[in-house]
Write a new protein. Sequence first.
Length: 385
Amino acid sequence: MTIPGFTSTGSKRPDALFGNAPGAPQLRMTRAEGCCVWDTEGREYIDTVMALGAVALGYGHPVVNEAVRQAVADGAVGSLPPVHEAEVAERLQQAIPLCEAVRFLKTGAEAVAAAVRIARVHTGRERVIASGYHGWLDWCVDGPGVPMAVRTLTESIEPGDVGALERAFGEAGPVAAVVLEPAVNGPPRPEWLERARQLASRHGAVLVFDEIKTAFRVAIGGVAELTGITPDLIVLGKALGNGMPISVVGGAAPLMEAATETWISSTLATEYVSLAAARAVLHTYASEPVIEQLRESGAAFYGVLERIADAHGDFVTGVCGMPQLCYLTFRSEETGGRVARAALERGLLFKRSAYNYVSLAHTDEVLAQVEERLSAALAQVATSC
Ligand SMILES: Cc1ncc(COP(=O)(O)O)c(C=O)c1O
């Protein structure tokens, strides 16, 4: 295998998409447009995985594509910081006021790691409390290859577990940062976020909302905007680039100054194809009711999942998430895999037990097709259960 594990993005591995059954399809794609992708055999799939949430306006959105084309024609990268960087920073500040100052990076994992570094510099402390998924870098992963000395600096707690949060603050010394995914498996729980806000403020820790999935989906400013609960730092990514690699850590200007006291830098953080894409995305969100449309089509998609869960209560155990990012849960891993494979056979890429996302390209007609294909897939699985 020239690529260990088949692919460089773990969540696109055949087993991650279609389960562990022998003969699970090993597909690669050649093209994407709107809400569809095409495989090497030319088969077309309606997609509700949407590049793991990286695309909200639809694949190949014309405004973003034009911006990208222009940036490529303008050379893509150079030896001076590009004007695009300052422009996107300014537009972000207008769109998300808590982003008084920002730093750009390429991946979500990098931007969250930068937030942790900034918090450590600012507080002079090392311990971190984390809740949710924050990428693959050492500070938040507990597994092979991560030194024990690094692992002991981060305490992971279950989302919503206020008691665990209080204990984590009380236990092993001063805390530099609390890093939370502010909505996990359902709508945000304000009492949990408010308690995190209170404890972080009381203990002088930096509160970080990792809004990689939620910003530009549930609201432009993510759960922070939706709930009015303001973190010290916010981390953005995915939909901001509509498929181009860009991520952001942002917050109050004095706190973000800590980024200049440590080394956070990457050669291509300032390539301007992605920055131009982000500028076009921000322009689109400012000039069109994108959030409203995502809410509406999300609600329609969530309704599809609820009807399916009702019809197959014997092996579908529920619907989780928020309308803009949601999924079905199944009696077993194996059943979820069978559903994903049956959906694929019907021309639908559907993520099992992890987030599916709508985009602007998921019109009512498309969602009617999604319902038809998913219902047929579930009916097939039901006959063999
Ligand atoms: C909440 C959250 N944080 C961080 C990450 C990591 O982002 P990336 O895969 O771009 O490194 C993800 C990716 O899914 C995520 O959902």
